[in-house]
Design a protein around this ligand. Structure first.
Ligand code: HEC
Ligand code: HEC
Length: 356
């Protein structure tokens, strides 16, 4: 707790020295096992279990504390939506693991989108974004929702810039973050992306277990981990420390609907990509129900039962998806393991007030 709170402070500009201090008090987090991400003169000690080598920060958008602070305000500010009611946090809500508790999200005017809001947690470790990977990076991604008619529904990016300019308090913050008062869409997206890259989660029970604290996970969760890596074949796709291979697979979710979402195929037009979606991270997954690209599974247990049945049959089903013959106990063990992947999320607290 203590460690993460201090790491949180780093992102808003307090001295790094404080981290080292708190680290000494941490019961399990061995200094050597916490890695540091750097970007220009900025550095940040990741929570236990996360790997700095996998961080993706574009060259042209180096991290600074000022940019992160600005991006956080823009992220939580609803004034860049058509009726000033919806912010990024409406659908990527810190109190719901940076997702939305609805199967698919409602934007401006309660218009319903077709996909479930994925989490913003640990986006630092991915370049491509969206269920179908259509945005090359977080900067590109941030342009989308502002003008999406079922999300923030602004008429154009120029209108977004006009609204940000109307709030006098933002200009000095752009100057601090970018060296001049100019406000444009590129800068808005860069600041939001920089903030999102600090929304990371590690130091879960699983991470502490792996760092040597054998009491950190229950016996059931430990059995679940064994199944995850073995009989249940989860690790094939939910690979490495962020529990994703950053690739696209068809589990058949939604394949039985009259007009199935074609997912990755819409981007690549490759037949084999029909109905394939990005493997989501499983970090903090216990907080992000409902699940899957269409929000069709309400609980983790239901997700695992879907895998146990071998997904939903269709012509493009991944070869890795087969009936698993898991017992009821084994299903529960896997759920327990998923629950052990929740850690405290860095820089998640909404700002106390917004610029005027
Ligand atoms: C009305 C709900 C809504 C709002 C508002 C919204 N999003 Fe999203 N967001 C979604 C949905 C739904 C998706 C998935 C869409 C898809 O994959 O086609 C998504 C996808 C994303 C992703 C990709 C995550 C991943 O794992 O691929 C990021 C990052 C993101 N949004 C950030 C933002 C930011 C930043 C804002 C504000 C500028 C924002 N969102 C506003 C609903 C919303
Ligand atoms: C072939 C690759 C693959 C395998 C094997 C696999 N997954 Fe997945 N997982 C995915 C993909 C892709 C999605 C999203 C699918 C969709 O929405 O259509 C997903 C979604 C999930 C989700 C929902 C996450 C969310 O945020 O909505 C959970 C939980 C999950 N998987 C757990 C598991 C478990 C547990 C196993 C082992 C029993 C497993 N997965 C095996 C690729 C895989």
């Amino acid at each position: 707790m203590n460690v993460l709170r201090v790491v949180n402070a780093v992102a808003i500009g307090l001295a790094l020295a404080a981290v080292t201090q708190a680290d000494d008090q941490a019961p399990v987090a061995k200094k050597a096992s916490r890695e540091t991400v750097t970007s220009g003169g900025w550095s940040f000690q990741l929570p236990l279990g996360l790997e700095a080598a996998s961080a993706f920060i574009p060259e042209n958008n180096p991290m600074t504390d000022e940019k992160i602070a600005l991006g956080k305000l823009l992220y939580f500010d609803p004034r860049w939506s058509k009726d000033k009611s919806i912010s990024c946090a409406s659908c990527h809500n810190p109190y719901h693991g940076f997702t939305d508790p609805a199967p698919t999200s409602k934007g401006v005017g309660f218009k319903l989108g077709g996909r479930n809001s994925p989490t913003v947690i640990n986006r630092l470790f991915s370049d491509k974004q969206f269920w179908d990977g259509r945005a090359a990076d977080l900067e590109e991604q941030a342009h989308g929702p502002l003008i999406n008619p079922v999300e923030m529904a602004m008429h154009s990016h120029d209108d977004v810039v006009t609204e940000v300019k109307k709030v006098k308090g933002y200009a000095p913050l752009f100057e601090k973050a970018f060296g001049s008062k100019e406000i444009n869409m590129t800068r808005i997206a860069q600041a939001i992306a920089a903030y999102e890259r600090t929304v990371v989660s590690g130091n879960s029970s699983f991470d502490r277990y792996m760092a040597g604290d054998k009491d950190a996970m229950s016996a059931s969760a430990v059995r679940g981990m064994g199944l995850f890596n073995g009989k249940a074949n989860c690790k094939t796709c939910h690979a490495a420390f962020n529990f994703t291979d950053e690739s696209y697979h068809n589990l058949g979710v939604g394949a039985d609907k009259p007009k199935p979402d074609q997912g990755r195929y819409e981007q690549t037009k490759v037949e084999a990509d029909k109905g394939a979606f990005k493997t989501p991270t499983l970090r903090n997954v216990a907080e992000t129900a409902p699940y899957m690209h269409d929000g069709s599974e309400a609980t983790l247990k239901q997700v695992i039962e879907l895998y146990n049945r071998g997904g939903v049959k269709n012509a493009y089903l991944s070869k890795e998806i087969k009936p698993l013959n898991l017992t009821a106990q084994e299903v529960d063990d896997l759920v327990q393991f998923m629950q052990a992947l929740s850690g405290e999320v860095n820089n998640a607290e909404p700002p106390k007030e917004l610029p005027r």
